[in-house]
Design a protein around this ligand. Sequence first.
Ligand SMILES: NC(=O)c1ccc[n+]([C@@H]2O[C@H](COP(=O)([O-])OP(=O)(O)OC[C@H]3O[C@@H](n4cnc5c(N)ncnc54)[C@H](O)[C@@H]3O)[C@@H](O)[C@H]2O)c1
Length: 385
Amino acid sequence: MKKLSKDSCIGVIGAGTMGSGIAQLAASFGHKTVLFDANAAVLKQADEKLRKSLEGLAQKGKITDDAAKSTIANIHHAASFDEFAKCDLIIEAVIEEIGVKQEIFKKLETIISADCILATNTSSLSVTSIAASCSKPERVVGIHFFNPAPIMPLVEIVPGIATSKAIVDESRALIDTWNKTTVIAKDTPGFIVNRVARPFYGEAIRIYEEGIADFATIDWAMKEIGGFRMGPFELMDFIGNDINFKVTETVWTQMFYDGRYKPSLTQKRLYEAGFWGKKKGRGYYSYAENAVMPEPNKDMELGAEIFSRIIAMLINEAYDALYMNVASKEDLELAMTKGVNYPKGLIAWAGEIGQQKVLDLLLELHSIYLEDRYRPSLLLMRSAL
Ligand SMILES: NC(=O)c1ccc[n+]([C@@H]2O[C@H](COP(=O)([O-])OP(=O)(O)OC[C@H]3O[C@@H](n4cnc5c(N)ncnc54)[C@H](O)[C@@H]3O)[C@@H](O)[C@H]2O)c1
């Protein structure tokens, strides 16, 4: 197998939010980068946005003029797939549709060299099923960046069941040279971050639905008591309720409808209404020009109740991911602190709060609601003993 290095040519398919960021990242580390999008207007837009952003960074002195110029010069806009023939690693970041991704990989295999690595940036599809469309599934790997790709430090490397270890090691080593923190995640729904973080949103919505507290109070509790940078509702509005709802729905369906991941009607209605958050001017909150943000109820007892319930659910999910070998303990902790900026790793947090205390709360919730959603992980139960 050919070794990847800074001389390797990187292909990126899809020049939307993620693809344009990944291309910028690769080009900024000196790689000749080939970028393609089925929609020529998107490619043009990506180019304009990149030039503007790099010029802005250079003006602010954050990067040198030369760095800005060479990043731009390193990105070549491809007119057709044939131009991927010279690439050593191709990362696809097209729309989240399995059929589209499979077709792309099938077509690429007729063009690329025998040792070119094929990667998918999918957030929620199975890497194994994308790879299964290829004649050489062993060269297909998940390389999951977070948005914005040039800035977010975490990258989840996801081997499919047929992926060769050499391909995993080689792609991980290359991404490490792009100043990223890489973690290995098992090819399971949501990988690490999008699985373990689900209760941050889901349990917050549940607390709201039960009338225990409003959005502002729940956000306040998680920031003030939990030390999170953003509250769950602020964060969902920031990510987009369209994206966040779809990820929740996909993880739930791919987990064979496990009640722990059940989406909420509250978010589904926001999704249906087009209240997707900041980008639409309306989500859980209004972002209209004269909108006044609602004031939280800063009752510490209520805040502690909210925080305890959400953190217990997050810790339970982290323990279960560990129990199910989704990732090593170290990678789990890194993923949540680097991927979604949690103030602490969840396993370490459980140690601080006390596993027994977390377990007691889950058992209490489970006995009250009689819902699978509060089912404690066996590993948490064992750790609390
Ligand atoms: N947006 C995020 O926060 C995020 C984070 C991590 C991973 N992802 C994943 O990255 C991928 C892309 O997401 P995005 O948010 O950048 O989407 P996007 O909609 O911004 O961009 C997708 C691009 O793919 C292009 N495209 C569609 N079909 C194509 C084809 N057959 N050939 C070439 N180009 C084609 C579209 O024209 C579009 O520009 C998805 O798999 C998504 O799950 C997204």
